[in-house]
Design a protein around this ligand. Structure first.
Ligand code: ADP
Ligand code: MG
Length: 285
């Protein structure tokens, strides 16, 4: 008999359900579990790791069988249970267009499209930074649906970790420059159970005007890693295909600006300094 899955939000034992909005409060990791409502809500073990193609099929084809609102975040974001036709279950993050908070500097109702474009860009670059993401219908209408990434055990000092000058973190930083990410906080950097780096929350990307806001500034003045530069060159070589793929999700001027940013890194492969505008994201999460 099919189980009736519910999504259970679990917090590390020493943390309140909604972390206090204090300057020094640790950045929360989202710990989600599927649990069986017929079995007293007992929490299940971690979901198995699945590869990208399997994840995309799951995201497109599964049924959303339960949803739980994430109690932090700037928009209405839901942890959801995904159930396949054969009864297998997984976890996703659903961000409906209808739950997006209006912003003065991004067109209303487009953030879920930017989540999708970010995943496609990460795949095009071969960097595999953004968890598998699709756009589809859900309980609150169309939105982005992304694979939930189980965070690793808490880092003792996450800020120190993410500010290291490693190539894996550089990939995330270069992605933000290219995608023009206006919201790279520590809470949007994830380390999964296998130690792999992921970036999440790419709703504020691809603005046509420069808007990079990030807390990761450790590469200023440094040359871009040669391997990463090859990814950028490949993007330019495939410009026709890139335009075709992303034009479904981004406006023409946003696409032009993206390619301009890539070209300028290829022409001058050094991380630029701070801009005279705001350089760090708004808010904590
Ligand atoms: N793919 C994911 N895997 C694991 N946790 C996620 C994922 N996407 C989002 N989260 C968690 O949900 C929270 C809210 O999601 P986020 O994308 O930041 O939404 P918002 O646009 O509302 O800020 C994040 O701070 C993070 O804790
Ligand atoms: Mg967020």
């Amino acid at each position: 008999m099919a189980r009736s899955a519910v999504v259970a939000l679990r917090n590390p034992a020493d943390r309140p359900a909604v972390p206090a909005l204090e300057k020094d409060a640790p950045v929360p990791n989202l710990v989600l579990r599927l649990s069986d409502s017929e079995n007293g809500g007992t929490a299940e073990a971690t979901r198995p790791v699945i590869d990208r193609d399997a994840a995309l099929t799951l995201l497109h084809e599964s049924e959303i069988t339960a949803a739980e609102l994430v109690p932090w975040g700037s928009n209405y974001t839901f942890g959801v249970a995904l159930t396949t036709a054969t009864g297998r279950e997984h976890l996703g993050i659903y961000k409906p267009k209808a739950g997006e908070a209006p912003l003065h500097d991004f067109p209303t109702g487009t953030l879920y499209r930017r989540e999708q474009a970010s995943f496609l860009l990460s795949q095009r670059l071969g960097w595999d930074i953004v968890p598998p993401t699709v756009v589809r219908d859900g309980p609150h209408g169309v939105g982005s649906l992304q694979l939930y990434i189980e965070p690793s055990v808490e880092l003792t000092d996450s800020t120190e970790y993410w500010m290291q000058p490693s190539t894996e973190i550089e990939r995330l930083v270069l992605f933000d420059h290219i995608a023009n990410n206006a919201d790279r906080k520590i809470g949007h950097c994830l380390l999964d159970q296998t130690g792999k780096v992921w970036g999440i929350d790419h709703g504020l990307t691809f603005n046509h005007v420069p808007k990079l806001r990030t807390v990761l500034w450790q590469f200023i003045g440094q040359p871009v890693d040669a391997g990463l530069l090859c990814g950028l060159q490949k993007l330019l070589d495939d410009e026709g295909e890139v335009r075709l793929e992303l034009s479904e999700w981004l406006a023409a001027n946003e696409l032009d600006a993206l390619l301009r940013r890539v070209r300028s890194f290829v022409d001058e492969p050094v991380y630029p300094g701070l801009s005279p505008r705001r350089n760090v994201p708004y808010g904590w999460w």
